[in-house]
Design a binder for this molecule. Sequence first.
Ligand code: DGY
Length: 332
Amino acid sequence: MSRPKVVVARNLGPDVMPLFNRSDLDVVAWHSETEACGRKWLLENIVGASGVLVMLADKVAGPKLRIVSTMSVGYEHVDLQQLTDRGVRLGYTPDVLTDAVADLSIMLALMAGRNSRETMSVWPSYPWSPFAFCGPQLSANWLHPTRTAGFIGFGRIAQATLARLVPFGFTHCLYTGNPASAPTPERDATLARTLGVESVRRVALAELARESDVVFVLAPGAPSLRHVVDAAFLRGMKKTAVLVNTARGTLVDSDALALALREGWLWGAGIDVVEGEPHVGADHPLVKEPRCVVLPHIGSATTETRLGMATMAAKNLISGVLGDTMPAELSI
Ligand code: DGY
């Protein structure tokens, strides 16, 4: 009997690739860990494949495909309608990256408030002075004994980020929900009690902008949410607030954010994702902006997390193709 063919579009390293050493699969794997396989290689090799493991930037289709496994929690690069129409199952990697992305969100909130981009370039010579480089304090303090966090999108990563803010003295949480889903006041009250904050409330965007000391963008990159952070939102923010985007670049209007930072509508921004990535040049309006810390999409980039994601993606592919339950299958 012929063995099902699977294509692995990236070398997942010495800890994970051995999972594919199996006699019941015909495995075609791209050789490089750092260099993408490219569309030509993928399209040539997908012929006859039952399953494929892809990265965030890969787009692929094949007539025999039954399983797509993406090494990401986000799946906006996948055409879900096509999958449904063709009866293709999708594996993805939720949960394993929640803590790493929440950690980085806090790091960016701190960096954006404390002028890290400017301050990291002052050495070797800087005369210390009392109020130089001062920025808003993230943690509660004598001047601001209560702190409010705003979340655009309030899933697993947002809630893990909120938990990390509690020791900083955050007392209130505001979030925006999917308008199609019903409010969940009981869940919110339970969450507030469990975390020990005074309130967790679903609000409209304008209130979230107005009241938050830090706004975290942690929603999925759905087309309906493109530029959910626009000029109107940014104009509504506190002048001392910071914006953190560790979700998707398309959620924030880059030109509006650059203008807002220049004009002082908010204090600073920390972004791990940029509109137009992976092709983001030095002339990108946010890369040029001194009050914006820009990272190259490294939210999940801890060794532990990436190993977890790669392992889960490999197991999703193998189980799916062999007709077994995947460790994490999206219900489409
Ligand atoms: C994901 O998995 O969707 C992240 O953006 C990559 O870390």
